[in-house]
Ligand binder design. Sequence first.
Ligand code: TYD
Length: 229
Amino acid sequence: MTGFFIALEGSEGAGKSTQARLLTEWLQAAGKPVLLTREPGGTALGEQIRDLLLAPGAYAILAEAETLLYAAARAQHVREVLLPALASGSVVVCDRYVDSTLAYQGGGRGLPLASLLGVQEFATGGLLPDLRILLDLPVEVGLARRLSGSEAVNHLDRAGVAFHERVRSTYFDLIDADPACWAVVDADGPPEIVANRVMEAVAARLPLFPPVDPDGLTGDARATVVETR
Ligand code: TYD
């Protein structure tokens, strides 16, 4: 039995975490075993690496070292969590994966794509998503949302508009290079409208899932969240 691997990608403030949760609830309501997880994180080691990378006032980590830390978290996550879940037939919803490294450390920080791809191949053993969803939002809108919202602000949120423009345009370069692997979802709008767009994108790839009215979702549709904190 093999599962289905969905990676959610996007810039700051695109509402990825909310959408990951709503997508998970919808898939569960459709009767699928679902695992919701995130990067960096998803394992005890990954969450510790996350704290190192994202804690406010974090030590200034160089781009190369940052890349290897994200990759170390990913290597553990793939083998400890993702592969077993996929082998047992679960749908995996992962909040960020390889393309975040290509967009942030490649586009944002300017590291060469070829080097990053080599590191990713080693870290993941070649595990790639079946579907990547880009939650897309103009940079200014996303940053304004993030900096005015209640969510914790990490150092990348403060990296500036030019950095995040490069991140966004790198996502579009990746999509142009391999459009069949991607769905682009307009993340501008109320969360439930964006959730409908995400569900449509997933349903188009998983036609066996009947669409579920998101208004009908209740707290009974609980996600299996990898909680390692
Ligand atoms: P997160 O809290 O998940 O932010 P967001 O809500 O914007 O997804 O923090 C993840 C941060 O880590 C985000 O700013 C992007 C960054 N990141 C990378 O730079 N490279 C990576 O490979 C990954 C997985 C994340």
